[in-house]
Design a protein around this ligand. Structure first.
Ligand code: UGA
Length: 438
């Protein structure tokens, strides 16, 4: 099978590389010449554990190549994946589909023989129909089918998610495309990963429904964390207690500062817009979006309370800036809202992140960056764990205490138990776990 992947961003690069690793011949295409030049030299533009080695191995084996020439790649390929970005459209929150439609138009003119065009980008219901219309209008003689095949990769665990998926969802309506997609995913099929074949529109909706449900689950436990604090219960035990019920499941029940990233905030908003457009509102998701937005900023109140209520002129050290560990992605990270809210209250922010500092520097103003936890803790009135990087799980509290003005730890990810922190003379604030229980 020869596969062309249009768009070598996060999804395109991971998917293309993994398809090559399955044994297919893959050509990754991107308009950004500098990105393609770097990839040809084995330099990976994103931080994703294991990806660099996998790209190198498959390039060496001759199965993976990179180009800016879309037409050559499409002409050669049996299957063309569209994996370009679908950011939130400015102003209304709808997914911006201009890159998807532009790719469809370009692909159309180079289709050669029977081809399957697959949308892997996250796209609202009905986008496949429009892609089909564009291709047919641009090239009436083309022999093709348009398929929906959403991705369910988590940043930081993307390769494992691709190779050992809970399920593969494929939306199509004809046998010809079905046999091609079965061939594409044959290696996973043999591993017995479930493949759900459904209609294209259903497949498009499954992607949004999945992300919205997970975002809602996190928001549910975050609100239960606040309630736990109010009534003197422990949210981690609540999560365990309900998660052991198989109907609920234990995953995505970690209370924290609110969800961020390039997917949940954007996709929940886009689902709300689609639902409104069809006069079929999804009120639970609407509420999830607004509760999560408020939560991120409200974490600044927790920090203020931990140091006596007023942060003006106080030095606050922030540990972790990315929206989650094992990524350099800062998009919609809770850290951005928390830092902004603390700065609005007059705090002096110092920060460190193992991988996200370059992008953080572009997004944050008036923040002093340090090169490790101990450097930013010097002279600080509070240390705040915003992202649960492994490196922050084994902090040397005696060393930190010597450097800080007041030994205060605010643990927004619940990675410590109170005892192990207070025994070093720290005061400890976390999420949804009452003092007396700890
Ligand atoms: C998410 C989904 O998990 C993937 O299945 C999906 O393919 C992807 O979006 C996408 O649409 O492309 P991702 O955004 O990489 O993946 O990250 P997650 O691991 O889902 O975390 C999202 C946010 O939720 C993070 O800010 C994380 O800290 C937060 N979170 C997650 C919690 O606060 N608590 C939890 O229990 C789990």
């Amino acid at each position: 099978m020869i596969i062309a992947v249009i768009g070598s961003g996060y999804v395109g690069l991971v998917s293309g590389t993994c398809f090559a690793d399955f044994g297919h011949e893959v050509i990754c295409v991107d308009k950004a010449e500098d990105k393609i030049e770097k990839l040809k030299n084995g330099q990976i533009p994103i931080y994703e554990p294991g990806l660099e080695e996998l790209v190198a191995g498959n390039m060496k084996a001759g199965r993976l190549s990179f180009t800016t020439e879309l037409s050559d790649a499409v002409r050669k390929a049996n299957v063309i994946f569209i994996a370009v970005g679908t950011p939130s459209r400015r102003g209304d929150g709808h997914a911006d589909l201009s890159y998807v439609y532009a790719a469809a138009e370009e692909i159309a003119t180079s289709l050669n023989g029977f081809s399957v065009v697959v949308t892997k980008s996250t796209v609202p219901v009905g986008t496949g129909d429009e892609v089909e219309r564009i291709i047919r209008e641009t090239n009436p003689n083309a022999d093709f089918e348009v398929v929906s095949n959403p991705e369910f990769l988590r940043e930081g665990a993307a390769i494992n998610d691709f190779k050992r998926p809970d399920r593969i969802v494929v939306g199509l309506s004809h046998e010809r495309a079905k046999s091609v997609m079965t061939e594409v995913y044959r290696p996973l099929y043999l591993n017995q990963s479930p493949i759900l074949f459904t209609s294209r529109r259903t497949s498009e909706l499954i992607k949004y429904a999945g992300n919205a449900f997970l975002a809602m689950k996190i928001t549910f436990i975050n609100e239960l964390a606040d309630l736990s604090e109010a009534v003197g219960a422990d949210v981690q035990d609540v999560a365990r207690g309900i998660g052991l019920d198989n109907r609920i499941g234990s995953k995505f029940l970690n209370a924290g500062p609110g969800y961020g990233g390039s997917c949940f905030p954007k996709d929940t908003l886009a689902l709300v817009k689609t639902a409104q457009d069809h006069s079929s509102p999804v009120r639970l998701i609407e509420t999830t979006c607004s509760v999560n937005d408020q939560r991120k900023r409200s974490m600044s109140r927790k920090v203020a309370a931990a140091i006596g209520g007023d942060v003006r002129g106080k030095k606050i050290a922030m540990l972790g800036l990315t929206f989650k560990p094992n990524t350099d992605d800062m998009r919609d990270s809770p850290a951005l809202s928390i830092i902004q809210a603390l700065q609005d209250k007059g705090a002096d922010i110092h920060a460190y992140d193992p991988e996200g500092m370059d992008s953080a520097m572009e997004l944050l103003e008036d923040v002093t960056f340090g090169s490790n936890a101990y450097e930013i803790a010097k002279g600080a009135h509070a240390l705040v764990i915003v992202t649960e990087w492994d490196a922050f799980r084994v902090l040397d509290f005696s060393r930190l205490k010597d450097k800080m003005v007041t030994p205060v730890l605010v643990d927004l990810r619940n990675i410590y138990g109170k005892d192990e922190v207070v025994k070093h003379g720290f005061s400890y604030t976390c999420i949804g776990r009452p003092d007396e229980e700890l």
